[in-house]
Design a protein around this ligand. Structure first.
Ligand SMILES: NC(=O)c1ccc[n+]([C@@H]2O[C@H](COP(=O)([O-])OP(=O)(O)OC[C@H]3O[C@@H](n4cnc5c(N)ncnc54)[C@H](O)[C@@H]3O)[C@@H](O)[C@H]2O)c1
Length: 260
């Protein structure tokens, strides 16, 4: 008998992809914990969910801080009784060419994307092991982690490569507890991160933002960037009973942008 999971915690739920995931999971009937470093944004997502008769809480969480991660997990369990699914979505970047990247960029990007993702996964797995009912962990990687670097930067790519690698090893280690671990690798997706990148590239290249976007879309075989909802639907699937035997995978959602 496969347990039907009910309670999901999503980091970076205040904006973009995380917000779309929170709404999609609420539409599926999950209790949703909206965790974000920006509590106002997390509350905004939560209000949207509550207005649609969904259920959830908002928790101020900086995933680079051990105390905040612990509080995020404890708040989930205190409110809903268990943590069944963690969506490790929060991530940051800044657009830059390799020669302009700094040590500060290295620490900032890796602190959130690699370290924050690892310690959130570790804390969630600890809780799931205690519950003894399995669980799902879904990490947000990127096509950047598989070598596509055009829109972002090399440090970001390395941090997302770490997420893909962590997904494989954690999946193997946690399988004995019936915890699955998978990643999603979004391609170009309409969110604040993308707007910031497009603005910077437009300035650098003395082009309009429309021209920069057109250039990105031209390279996508299906000729369409993602909407955040494209990613959210995959999270719904990976949380479902249908995905019970899938672990250690990193799925591209990118309109065919990169081949593997
Ligand atoms: N947008 C894209 O094109 C794209 C492509 C590939 C991968 N991704 C990944 O998808 C994920 C979501 O990105 P998005 O585009 O929705 O970005 P976004 O900037 O719209 O949202 C990110 C959210 O994470 C929160 N956040 C930032 N630092 C945090 C921290 N330390 N602790 C907790 N929350 C924090 C922000 O407040 C924000 O609400 C990221 O991991 C990103 O790397 C995005």
């Amino acid at each position: 008998m496969v347990k039907v999971y009910k309670n999901v915690c999503i980091t970076g739920a205040g904006n973009g992809i995380g917000r779309a995931i929170a709404i999609a999971m609420s539409n599926e009937g999950y209790n949703v914990v909206c965790a974000d470093i920006d509590l106002k944004q997390a509350k905004d997502t939560l209000d949207f969910i509550l207005n649609k008769q969904g259920s959830g809480i908002a928790v101020e969480t900086d995933i680079t801080k051990a105390f905040d991660i612990k509080n995020m997990i404890n708040s989930t369990v205190d409110e809903f009784g268990s943590l069944d699914i963690l969506v490790n979505n929060a991530g940051v970047t800044r657009t830059s060419n390799i020669m302009d990247l700094t040590e500060k960029d290295w620490y900032w990007i890796n602190d959130v994307n690699a370290k924050g993702t690892f310690f959130s996964l570790q804390a969630a797995a600890n809780q799931m092991i205690k519950q003894n009912q399995g669980g799902r962990i879904i990490n947000m990687a990127s096509v950047g982690g598989k070598g596509f670097v055009d829109v972002s930067n090399a440090i970001y790519a390395a941090s997302k490569g770490a997420v893909i690698s962590l997904t494989k090893t954690a999946a193997q280690e946690l399988a004995k507890y019936k915890i699955t671990v998978n990643s999603i690798c979004p391609g170009i997706t309409h969110t604040n991160i993308l707007s910031t990148i497009v603005k910077k590239r437009a300035l650098e290249q003395n082009k309009s933002e429309e021209e920069i976007m057109k250039h990105y879309v031209r390279d996508i075989p299906l000729q369409r960037p993602n909407d955040p909802e494209d990613i959210a639907e995959m999270v719904v699937f990976l949380s479902s009973k249908g995905a019970r035997n899938i672990s250690g995978q990193s799925y591209n959602i990118d309109g065919g942008l990169i081949p593997s």
